[in-house]
Write a protein that binds this ligand. Sequence first.
Ligand code: COS
Length: 384
Amino acid sequence: MTDRDTLAQLVDTVRRYVRERLVPLEAEVAEADSIPEQVRREMAEMGLFGMSIPETYGGLGLDMQAEVEIVRELGWASPAFRSLIGTNNGLGSQGLLIDGSEEQKREWLPRIASGELIASFCLTEPEAGSDAASLKTRAVRDGEDYVLNGTKRFITNAPTAGVFTVMARTDPNNKGAGGISAFIVDARTPGISLGRPNVKMGQKGAHICDVIFEDARVPARNIIGGREGQGFKTAMKVLDRGRLHISALCCGTAERLIHESVTFALERRQFGQPIGEFQLIQAMLADSRTEAFAALAMVRETARRFDGGEKIATDAACCKYFASEMVGRVADRAVQIHGGSGYIADYPVERFYRDVRIFRLYEGTSQIQQIVIGRAMLREARGG
Ligand code: COS
């Protein structure tokens, strides 16, 4: 368990860094669609690329309760900054941490924790999004290697990645989840190429692109956990944790949006008084505050149970579903409170409104979360 004093200090350091260093850079990053190299170095020095990686492998070794507090702080600034360190702590490294062998962990995790390598997670494909188990990328055993062929889509941080966690089908006769294996793949492997970075609605400065495998030879020892057929389950376990991480981010971003809303409501005068004096504005503020508080309480409770060793797949889906929809509503109200100004790029809420839209889509859409929750309810009722 992360020591509470250490955590309080870290939260304080990250809070000051986010508010004093990152927030003033937001507009510049959005304009340039790029995060300055110096920021990457600073985040690496603070250990943020390896928050969730154990100290044995060079990380900060935060537990989930600590991680959600730090991610919440990061959520106060443009989510592109969090995205820079997001995959190293989450999707890109957790497959290795959860199911990898000791040798694999020692080989890769220290460089991921230090930020020397960016780690990305290759699950989604052009024809396999929500239905992840239908993925088509193949991995065919050939001597001491597997030969990978296929295309992965919308891969976060792929343009700068040094290593990929790749889900590929090793059993062509099994078209479902059981035919999938996970691999740890060096991005410099011949046969791997990248598509052009996609032009996105928001989160400028964070980049995604296709990753294309054409006869890319990956050593057989790089199969995560050493066994075929486990890759889909590995991916699902990684996503359970990732969904909680994103939920914490949604809480932080909602708090920033509420801050912007309150600040504007106090400054902006109409009908002879600050608009915050009007109860219809107060109602919107109150709804946002209430929902953000509810989401944070859910996230903290689920993180506590995760650290206690409980299964949290269903609750992580509840958190992701509620928190991502919540921040969408909070962003919408923030624009509404700002009136016409909320539609203008001079105010950060215009940018955040676009930035938060992805939260309801990636790491499982809201509809996928509903399916995960609904199915679990029926399974429990049947006693399974
Ligand atoms: N942890 C461990 N194992 C899990 C699991 C979890 N959270 N969820 C499912 N599994 C296991 C199941 O127990 C099952 O194993 P058995 O065959 O041994 O019973 C196997 O994985 C297949 O599960 P299931 O039958 O539920 O798979 P489905 O194809 O029906 O898919 C959903 C389930 C829809 C939930 C899954 O495809 C999903 O999460 N899709 C969204 C993907 C996503 O988030 N994409 C974003 C990409 S990353 S930005």
